[in-house]
Ligand binder design. Structure first.
Ligand SMILES: Cc1cc2nc3c(=O)[nH]c(=O)nc-3n(C[C@H](O)[C@H](O)[C@H](O)COP(=O)(O)O)c2cc1C
Ligand SMILES: C=C(O[C@@H]1CC(C(=O)O)=C[C@@H](OP(=O)(O)O)[C@H]1O)C(=O)O
Length: 391
């Protein structure tokens, strides 16, 4: 079982990540396999000035020696460079009253008010510091290790934006052009839509507003039968949806045709099944779906087709033209607090959705093929691919 935990405040000294259950023998070098994903998460047009301060990289503190995992828990640390500007405000030592940078005008759409009532904090900073999506750097670091494990059994992954600020930018999937996504300021294949979206982001920023969008995580090469139909909590669609919905500002998750399938007849939704014989299709033998409207999952199990997870991100909660709220000290009407903030973070969210999906998939991989070493897992996956293709 793959287990992931993290700790760390947005403006504290660092984020701490624990990932338990990674098999031994996985080649893992932080600068090669983790940091590029952290860089991608920092990118995207419309992010705020915090991303100029940070330059995220993971320091491996445990679980890896000489470039390979040992099978022991992996511990990582990601420094918050901004902490230098906050060390007094974020100090764990007693004192510091009256508090500097206390936040009492709860922002609608953020964790401030509900978290304040729940945990009894009148300085809502005690809530927002952990609610902040700074935490998603931890998810991406852990997810990068999951991606590395998936990659060793022949799984490829892609994270992209398919709509932003109400403007579609799907542009079609193209596995041959993955590197183009890193070149695009919006992580989209649809370069034609970019100018209109950038203009919309600029306009939102000018008017003190924010934007959301739709992102997609996609995996190809997954073995058939990860997850299980036999118990509700083993179904992979549910596990993926839960993990993706847990990401800050994600408000809906869709597998395959999802919402559109609800309005179409069954004949136009379900994917006809075909079979390629080894004689006619050497190297490609086995069952396949003639379309993939199910997005790679049936009954909570991978079908072997591409897994397609889409997620809707709401607009950023902190508005520079603030919404009405109430000050929790005075109960008087107030403008919501204005914190340094992103105008949009949809491209970054695509990386987080990919990371969370990868963690769930790697867990499901371990469940089916679980072993102490990567060598055993790759052997078992290869044997299962043979079995599935001749079944
Ligand atoms: C990558 C990323 C960056 C974000 N940046 C901000 C931000 O700068 N300002 C903000 O108010 N919310 C931001 N959010 C969203 C809030 O963290 C989120 O809305 C808040 O924690 C409340 O959770 P909820 O929206 O899931 O209800 C960001 C989310 C993500 C995924
Ligand atoms: C720090 C990150 O995102 C932050 C997420 C966030 C929020 O409220 O969620 C608010 C902003 O924090 P700050 O006020 O420090 O600029 C974002 O920058 C990050 O993604 O690494």
């Amino acid at each position: 079982m793959l287990r992931f935990f993290s700790a760390g405040e947005s403006h504290g000294p660092a984020l701490t990540v624990l990932l338990d259950g990674v098999p031994a023998g996985l080649a893992l070098v932080a600068s090669e396999h983790i940091d590029p994903w952290l860089r991608r998460r920092q990118g995207g047009y419309g992010r705020g000035r915090r991303m100029v301060i940070e330059s995220d990289c993971a320091q491996i503190l445990a679980g890896v020696r000489a470039g390979r995992t040992t099978g022991a828990p992996i511990s990582l640390q990601i420094e918050n460079r901004d902490w230098r500007n906050w060390s007094e405000i974020m100090s764990p030592l007693p004192g510091g009253e009256p508090r500097k940078r206390a936040l009492t005008e709860a922002r609608p759409g953020h964790a401030d008010l509900t978290g304040g009532i729940k945990y009894g904090h009148k300085d809502l900073r005690d809530v927002l510091e952990r609610a902040s999506a700074r935490e998603t750097a931890s998810r991406v670091a852990a997810g990068a290790i999951a991606l590395r494990l998936l990659e060793t059994v022949g799984v490829q992954a892609c994270a992209r934006v398919v709509a932003l600020g109400g403007i579609p930018c799907d542009g079609g999937m193209d596995w041959e052009r993955l590197s183009d996504l890193d070149e695009s300021p919006l992580r989209t294949f649809d370069r034609d839509a970019e100018a209109a979206i950038i203009a919309r982001i600029d306009e939102a920023k000018r008017s003190g507003d924010t934007l959301g969008g739709v992102v997609e995580a996609r995996f190809r090469g997954l073995p058939v039968g990860l997850g299980s139909h036999t118990q509700w909590d083993r179904k992979l669609d549910g596990r993926l949806a839960g993990a993706v919905m847990s990401i800050q500002a994600i408000k809906a998750v869709e597998i395959g045709d999802g919402w559109a399938a609800a309005g179409a007849p069954g004949s136009q939704v379900h994917d006809p099944i075909g079979y390629r014989s080894a004689a006619e299709h050497p190297g490609e033998a086995g069952y396949y779906r003639q379309s993939n409207r199910a997005g790679g999952l049936e009954a909570g199990m991978t079908t072997g087709e591409e897994l397609v997870v889409r997620a809707a991100m709401k607009p950023i909660a902190t508005l520079m033209k603030p919404l009405p709220t109430v000050d929790v000290l005075t109960h008087e009407a107030a403008d919501a607090a204005r914190e340094r903030s992103d105008t949009t973070a949809v491209p970054a969210a695509s990386i987080v959705v990919l990371a969370m999906s990868a963690l769930i998939l790697a867990d499901a991989l371990m469940e089916k093929f679980g072993a102490d070493t990567v060598r055993e897992i790759t052997e078992r996956v290869a044997a299962h691919r043979d079995f599935a293709s001749t079944f």
